[in-house]
Design a protein around this ligand. Structure first.
Ligand code: FAD
Ligand code: DLZ
Ligand code: SF4
Length: 522
């Protein structure tokens, strides 16, 4: 390795590092730094992302380059269709090292394992020193998470969340949680009420940069899943801040109450719809939580809404990220329940009579978004109960959502939804029958299946699948304390009843048509 004393420092900034205070720039000065941003085909096609996800990232990257230039930085920006583009981060960094003869490369650690492996290789292969810096946009540094994990037998989010409350001081007074409780979840169980009309998300006017990206994506990725017709994501920091402010004012007050509700055609309800902006760096998670806290302190939003929202970010989001790095690379192959059924085609086509699934796939296709309870209790629950292959399910979730990056998608899918990690992340599988979906949504009233019917023709498939799942996994799950009650119920049933459930489920599973290959990976 040549250690040069002169030349600028080259700072590659990846597509989910679009934050002016990213750690790779913290000690840099504009007159001594070349920022490298790269649109590369490896990233646009390692899975065949939803068109809106690619458009979001490329448009946000191009705007961020402008923002940096206005702030005085030199940005070397490689576009996807530039002639000499090698198509990979590694190839582009190597070319930039040739071009700029830097004295060093410094980069903030990437979000994904796959890219981390590439960057580690730069250290060996590039003729300059490569520094990899921690991503300080996360509240919990990875070494702290590993230390926390090492000190526990069970890695439960709730305990981790309390540490994060103490660390940030959010919703704390004199070292104690405000309101005398850490968690107001019990108040957050509102179902769908008739006439629930959440305020619309703010609409953005897109400029020529964004329209050029739409054209590029429509042309080059026309075979990818999803539509650009409804594209409404913020692609600049100013737009993301407008989206944030609209959420805090209009939807946060009801966020808690309707967090678990599902209403057909109401795609965002009172959710933030801010995960894409947070994940790519247009919004800072801690700043967002402090603003949410202010809404409570100044009496504009109730504690159960604000605590619930802050828990999602400093609790779930941070915990999920820690678990990803703790469990990789094994997590990507985990299959603790030995699930082997291929993904059914309706996850891509939306063609199913099951109203809940059809609506969740529709919003996914139209918006590159479904809210948490749709992902967990409809799309995820079905995947769990039907015994779908974890790697197929993970690929699907990684492709279809604008906020999907492996560090956050994979622990949610393999851990929270599929229990493929044998319970490292969640203390029991979130398995539910049709009754849960009926209670929390208005789907069942419009569905050709009868949610009250347990077995046979016209019965809601979730009902038989639920018992089929428990029965098929009895050896692995019967010892779970939190499943003792359903297993006791199962054992109390007559043989005929059990057989009817199993037959109904098998008959339904036999109707599933496996998806064609090529949707997720070329
Ligand atoms: P809100 O419901 O308004 O929540 C506020 C914020 O909390 C979100 O923006 C997000 O930053 C954070 N958050 C909430 N729940 C989680 C969670 N379980 N994990 C991490 N952060 C959370 N989130 C992603 O950002 N990317 C993904 O690829 C992703 N895949 C998921 C896959 C499955 C199977 C499940 C069950 C959940 C997944 N989530 C993912 C978590 C969650 O569903 C989304 O963060 C949320 O739906 C984003 O919409 P929102 O901004 O309206 O969130
Ligand atoms: C997701 C994505 C896409 C579609 N395209 C690019 C790109 O062209 N250039 C880029 O820098 N990043 C892109 N990304 C985001 C990266 O996949 C993400 O930064 C890495 O996975 C690291 O987490
Ligand atoms: Fe979904 Fe069953 Fe309700 Fe139909 S009846 S919407 S399949 S839960």
């Amino acid at each position: 390795m040549t250690v040069r004393a002169s030349g600028p420092v080259l700072v590659p900034i990846l597509g989910d590092q679009l934050s002016p205070d990213i750690s790779s720039l913290a000690d840099r000065k504009p007159d001594d730094t070349i920022i490298l941003m790269m649109e590369v085909s490896d990233e646009t096609t390692y899975v065949r992302h939803h068109k809106a996800k690619i458009a979001l990232i490329l448009a946000a990257m191009r705007h961020f380059a402008e923002e940096l230039r206005k702030a005085g930085w030199t940005v070397d920006y490689i576009k996807l269709d530039d002639d000499a583009n090698t198509g990979s981060f590694t190839g582009e960094v190597a070319r930039a090292v040739e071009r700029h003869q830097p004295r060093g490369v410094q980069v903030t650690e990437p979000g994904e394992w796959r890219v981390r492996q590439d960057i580690e290789r730069w250290r060996k292969d590039l003729p300059v020193r490569v520094r990899i810096l921690p991503d300080t946009r996360f509240i919990c540094p990875l070494p702290d998470f590993y230390e926390w994990a090492a000190s526990r037998r069970e890695l439960r989010m709730e305990w981790f969340y309390r540490e994060m409350r103490r660390k940030t001081g959010l919703l704390m007074e004199d070292g104690k949680p405000v309101g005398g409780r850490w968690n107001f979840d019990a108040e957050n169980r509102g179902g769908p009420e008739a006439g629930l009309e959440p305020p619309a998300l703010p609409a953005f006017r897109y400029d020529a940069i964004t329209h050029t990206v739409f054209d590029l994506v429509s042309g080059r990725f026309d075979k990818h899943f999803g539509s650009l017709d409804n594209f409404g994501w913020p692609v600049t920091r100013a737009q993301a801040e407008r989206a944030r402010d609209a959420f805090l004012k209009d939807r946060l007050p009801s966020f808690g109450k309707y967090q678990d509700a599902m209403v057909e055609g109401q795609d965002f309800l009172f959710h933030a719809a801010l995960s894409p902006a947070i994940n790519i760096g247009l919004l800072d998670p801690l700043d967002l939580c402090r603003r949410a806290e202010t809404e409570w302190r100044e009496g504009r939003a109730p504690i159960e809404a604000v605590e619930g929202f802050i828990r999602q970010i400093i609790g779930w989001r941070e915990y999920i990220r820690g678990m990803y790095w703790l469990e990789m690379p094994g997590l990507a192959k985990a299959n603790g329940l030995d699930a082997s059924r291929p993904l059914p085609d309706f996850y891509w086509t939306g063609e199913t009579d099951m109203r809940c699934l059809a609506d969740c796939v529709r919003t996914t296709r139209e918006n590159a978004y479904a809210h948490h309870i749709q992902r967990l209790m409809v799309l995820g629950n079905f995947a769990l109960l039907a015994g779908l292959r974890p790697q197929d399910v993970a690929d699907w979730f990684l492709v279809v959502y604008a906020d999907a990056f492996e560090w956050v998608e994979l622990p949610n899918v393999a851990g929270m939804v599929l229990h493929a990690d044998k319970g490292r992340l969640a203390s029991k599988p979130y398995a539910a029958s049709g009754a849960y979906i009926d209670r929390m949504s208005d789907y069942c009233g419009n569905c050709p299946f009868d949610v009250k019917k347990k077995t046979g023709d016209g019965a809601c498939p979730f009902n038989a699948l639920y018992w089929h799942f428990l029965a098929s996994n009895e050896k692995k799950l019967a010892g779970y304390h939190r499943l003792a009650q359903p297993y006791a119920t199962w054992r109390r049933m007559t043989d005929d009843k059990r057989a009817a459930y199993l037959e109904s489920a098998e008959a339904f599973l036999a109707t599933l048509k496996p998806a064609e290959t090529g949707w997720a990976r070329a």
